[in-house]
Design a protein around this ligand. Sequence first.
Ligand code: ZN
Length: 310
Amino acid sequence: MHAARIGLAISAFTACFIQAQTNPLWHEQKIKNYLPHMTWPEVQDLLSRTDMVIIPVASIEEHGPQLPIGTDYLAGQERAKLIAQKTDVLVAPILLPGISPYHMEFPGTITLSHDTVQRVYFEAAQSLIRHGFRRFLILNSHGGNQVVSRYVADRINQETPAVAVELNEAVAPLLTRARPRQTQFDRHAGVGETSSGLYLFPNLVDMTKAGKNDLTLPDHLNKILPQVVEGDPTATEIFLAEGLKPKETRKHTSTREMTKTGVWSERDTREASADRGRDETESFVAAAVRFIERWKLLKPLEPLATRLGQ
Ligand SMILES: [Zn+2]
């Protein structure tokens, strides 16, 4: 009894000692199939089971007073990690910033040019292709990156032995959850995105800073807003072509010109909930897993040696 107690005391002391010797800020768990956490033998082992990679395309930009600057980066990366726990696929984050010139009047936003972004992702894909990865799922999590994400996928298809798709587009027809009917305009950093944040990275969302938002749109855009909310495709197309553009274009549609808070929404962000975030995330993850598994069936994996031409 006495010896056991001493043993316990010693192990508790050792545990404390070890804890005291490591970084007190480190709280991450090792995540399966997540490239930054893996060793090279683990990547080699994964290559014998899959040739697929998810590349999240991120942004570092203001997301209102309640959401972190890294919202899009975190949302894409966390969704990719969740997918990779259900089916074998590598998650390879490459860049934090993306194309966000229209948020530049808010401090903290970092923006890169289209050309820089596409080159970095394409060259990263070339590295992964050299190791034997052959199927790419480009997962864009920021509206401003849409065109560049498609372009990177097309460059991979046109210029390399690999095949790429944009995952949001691939998954859209497979989503089973109906989109809730909107009655008010709600986009960047609004109720939807705040709900996702509350589910995916809850301790980084400050709901004490959430609240009502006033939009100040140019008159002609304000007039078509009700049709955009109703989902009228023509009104939505022209609204989005003109909305959220850099101040320098003099369209008066940079985020700061349309909202003081940086939230592009008519709604009160206090209406956000982790439940809605969970529903949307689970629905997306399930549809992405279905897409990936189907692709694996439609085109079975070739042995690594064949892929590398050995
Ligand atoms: Zn966002």
